[in-house]
Design a protein. Structure first.
Length: 212
């Protein structure tokens, strides 16, 4: 039988490596070793941050691009990010959001072939020839959208989020498409993003369900 000091040393090492919260109950006289009840730490939602833009000015490039009729997706993406920065609209790391939503679906033990997907905010967001390929981390697709799907987002969206959509769309009319994350669990916490052909996923808000 291991001594209490050895058990305590192993426990401290386990806490440091695993980052788990623990509760230790007093030793019962009829039990030779302590009983450990381990509880996983709570999920932490991804945190927003300021948009990161290129350090060099792009005004001259924008003028040249306009003269040539050359509008690459990377230029539009840079313009959107600079607009976000000027308006104080924060963004979320795409990988952090992806992993967070995948974990939430895992916890629900859903057996759906699609674990979570991006859904167009409005009917007009279904247009534009955009297909989001998503990823296949294990045996179910995550974070995809197909233009062949006949669906749009059907739940309420907070007014503050719709105000951001209105602001972004007024700056870039008919250039961007908006999507909301949705997945097969009750009351998901939706993220909203904007994209276009050649523009990566720019996630700019999230709210709580139900009732936000």
């Amino acid at each position: 039988m291991q001594s209490p000091s050895m058990l305590l040393a192993k426990l401290k090492n386990y806490i440091l490596k695993g980052g788990l919260a623990m509760s230790i109950f007093a030793k019962n006289r009829n039990i030779e070793e302590p009983i450990l009840i381990i509880r996983e730490s709570e999920d932490i939602k991804p945190k927003p941050h300021l948009a990161v833009v290129r350090s060099n000015p792009i005004e001259s490039y924008e003028e040249l691009s306009k003269e040539l009729g050359f509008y690459p997706g990377q230029l539009l993406e840079e313009q959107v990010l600079r607009f976000f920065l000027s308006e104080g609209i924060t963004v979320y790391n795409e990988d952090d959001v992806f992993n967070y939503l995948c974990k939430k679906v895992d916890e629900s033990r859903s057996r759906s072939i699609y674990r979570w997907v991006w859904i167009p905010l409005r009917e007009k967001d279904r247009d534009g020839g955009i297909a989001i390929t998503g990823r296949l981390p294990r045996d179910n697709w995550c974070g995809l959208w197909s233009p062949q799907w006949d669906t749009i987002y059907s739940k309420l969206v907070p007014a503050r989020t719709l105000e951001k959509v209105k602001l972004i769309e007024s700056k870039f009319p008919d250039k961007l498409r908006f999507y909301v994350s949705d997945y097969v669990v009750p009351n998901p916490d939706p993220f909203i993003m904007v994209t276009a052909v050649g523009v990566r996923t720019l996630i700019f808000d999230v709210w709580d369900e139900p009732g936000f």
